[in-house]
Design a protein around this ligand. Structure first.
Ligand SMILES: [Zn+2]
Length: 591
């Protein structure tokens, strides 16, 4: 019951937005202005912005009576203007923390990793853990994660923890296990494992999935200035890749996540929107926090929210100081080498024997209960799934919820949906689910996917063209920091080219056009977030969330899309990123 109350509160104020009259604050002209509305590319000659919203998009003639003495005209000089990019599955807060941690991307061997971790010791305040992120055991000379003993060389008495680029695997020293209260006698949690020494008397260091979470969650919190840095650092990075809406798709992975977001709300730190999906186990705490925020920013007559909206009537009432709780996130299986399949792996991942087909993370009853509870609410259910068995589990849970509560416009998110069997596609469509594909599984990871999954599953992975044919909306997501940068054009490039690290095209039949790939990060991305009435296309009345690119992705050599520089990112009329030039003032808007 309380959940429904919270959702009602959070939904208050989603009003209609009426485009204001001129004169415009800014008029853009002189370049390709790609609206992203409709299934085929459509350009307009000019775009007018007023009070953070799009006033006009159309022929140059039409903008003439919207200009006045205050209107600034921006000549794009041949550059390309698009709707701001939308993150449909990223880990904004988690990444923000990593910006503070040691960067372990591209580690070549254990010695390299240990050297980088040692450099982190002096940069880590007393009382904090020494943490690094981003290595890939497969790509290190030893082909394995570091041991507890090796990590003790970084520090024997301070907790040391490393997490790999998938975020699902890690390793810790004895001090970290002690701080987390984990001993050799601690049983493995469901859906995870601690590696143990052969004699069983001590922990070896490596840990997987829920076992990693058990240690990671005991890390001391980021507070104060450190918490500010997490939010502002991530926002600056996201904006530099053209994003005007970010996502934290697992709030509560760290026990300080909620505090970091509340801190960002209180101090109004975020220049771009942040959609939050709470991690399953942190949902009650997140709802309680959302309730307190909603009460504090009271939407009723005379309340804070009403005053905010009086000043900025265009604000999406669901956002409070750029943050809104939109969903809850569940993990149904593992990463590309622990995905839960109905058929075994073609080649077993390292360390697996027999007919290995990955593993589930939660029992059916739990997922069924989640849908029973939240299907009737406005809280979207996001499910991490890589294998087809995980998709079966999701589809079965949805079918039960539909039977009990009826069909709703819920738009459950199939996060990654890396391998859907052809017979699952119609079911995905029927329940209104939105797959959010992770192209980094193919670029650059495709070669190992081909080996592990075999030719059929790898060719059909991230089945974009199949989705188009079936009429299923789909999006592309970077899952940063699983992708080392939150690059959106990298996703577009990957969806168009599907070229692996070694240069082979993985599943050529699933390649799509640059325009279709751009739709997956603009118009359809807005749809996934249920924000298509305010975002995703350049149409009058929508928010002036814009990105200016050096070149038009539809007119370059497709293999170079990822290299197109982002020139400027504009959130509701205000410049939030400008490449190389801090001298240039805001692009307009009333704030
Ligand atoms: Zn993720």
């Amino acid at each position: 019951m309380r959940i429904l109350t919270v959702m009602t509160l959070l939904s208050v104020g989603v009003g209609t937005c009426v485009a204001a009259d001129g004169p415009a604050d800014v008029v853009y002209t002189g370049g390709d202005i790609l609206t992203m509305a409709g299934p085929d590319p459509a350009y307009v000659e000019s775009l007018a912005v007023k009070d953070g919203k799009i006033l006009f998009a159309g022929a140059a003639e039409g903008v003439k009576n919207l200009t006045g003495p205050v209107t600034r005209t921006v000549d794009l000089g041949g550059k390309t203007l698009l709707p701001g990019f939308i993150d449909t599955h990223g880990h904004f807060i988690y990444f923000g923390k990593n910006l503070v941690d040691a960067n372990l991307f591209g580690c070549t061997d254990v010695a390299d990793l240990i050297a980088r971790m040692k450099a982190q010791v002096d940069r880590t305040p007393a009382g904090s853990w020494i943490v690094g992120f981003g290595y890939q055991a497969r790509q290190m000379r030893e082909g394995r994660p570091p041991t507890a003993e090796e990590l003790a060389a970084v520090s024997a008495d301070r907790p040391v923890m490393v997490v790999d680029s998938s975020g699902h695997l890690g390793s810790a020293n004895a001090a970290a296990f002690a701080a987390a209260g984990i001993t050799a006698d601690t049983p493995n949690p469901e859906g995870g494992a601690f590696a143990r020494q052969a004699d069983g008397k001590s922990l070896a260091g490596p840990m997987e999935e829920t076992a990693l979470n058990a240690v990671r969650s005991k890390r001391p919190p980021f507070t104060g200035e450190l918490a500010d840095k997490v939010a502002t650092g991530a926002a600056a990075l996201w904006a530099s890749y053209g994003q005007t809406t970010a996502m934290e798709a697992g709030l509560g992975l760290g026990n300080d996540d909620i505090g970091i977001v509340l801190n960002a709300i209180d101090k109004q730190l975020l220049p771009i929107d942040l959609y939050v999906a709470a991690k399953d186990s942190a949902l009650d705490d997140t709802l309680a926090a959302a309730y307190s925020v909603a009460s504090q920013y009271d939407p009723r007559a005379g309340g804070t929210m009403e005053k905010l909206r009086a000043a900025r009537p265009d604000l999406d009432g669901r956002y409070v100081n750029r943050v809104r709780l939109g969903g809850v996130k569940f993990w149904l299986d593992g990463s590309l080498d622990t995905a839960w399949f109905t058929e075994p792996y073609t080649t077993n991942p390292p360390g697996r024997s027999g007919a290995f087909s990955g593993y589930r993370q939660i029992p059916d009853e739990v997922l069924d209960g989640v849908f029973d509870k939240y299907w009737p609410t406005e809280l979207q259910i996001h499910m991490h799934m890589n294998g087809d068995a995980a998709a079966d589990q999701a589809l079965a849970a949805i079918a039960k919820a539909v039977k009990k509560h009826g069909m709703r416009d819920h738009r459950p998110v199939f996060v990654h949906a890396s391998w859907l069997r052809p017979d699952q596609i119609e079911k995905v469509k029927a329940c209104g689910a939105v797959p959010s594909f992770l192209p980094s599984g193919i670029v650059p990871g495709g070669d190992s996917v081909v080996k592990l999954w075999g030719p059929v599953r790898s060719a059909g992975a991230m089945a974009s063209r199949s989705m188009l044919r079936a009429g299923i909306p789909f999006t592309f997501s970077h899952d940063a920091p699983v992708s080392p940068t939150p690059s959106i054009l990298g996703l577009v490039d990957a969806g168009v080219n599907r070229t692996s690290g070694s240069g082979q095209v993985i599943g050529p039949d699933e390649r799509i056009t640059p325009y279709q790939a751009l739709r997956a990060v603009t118009a359809t991305a807005a749809y996934q977030l249920k924000e298509e009435s305010t975002k995703g296309t350049l149409e009058p009345g929508k928010l002036a969330d814009l990105v200016i690119l050096e070149r038009n992705p539809l007119k370059v050599e497709p293999a170079t899309i990822k290299d197109i520089p982002v020139v400027e990112t504009i959130k509701e009329g205000t410049t939030v990123f400008h490449r190389g030039a801090d001298a240039q003032g805001p692009a307009g808007g009333s704030r």
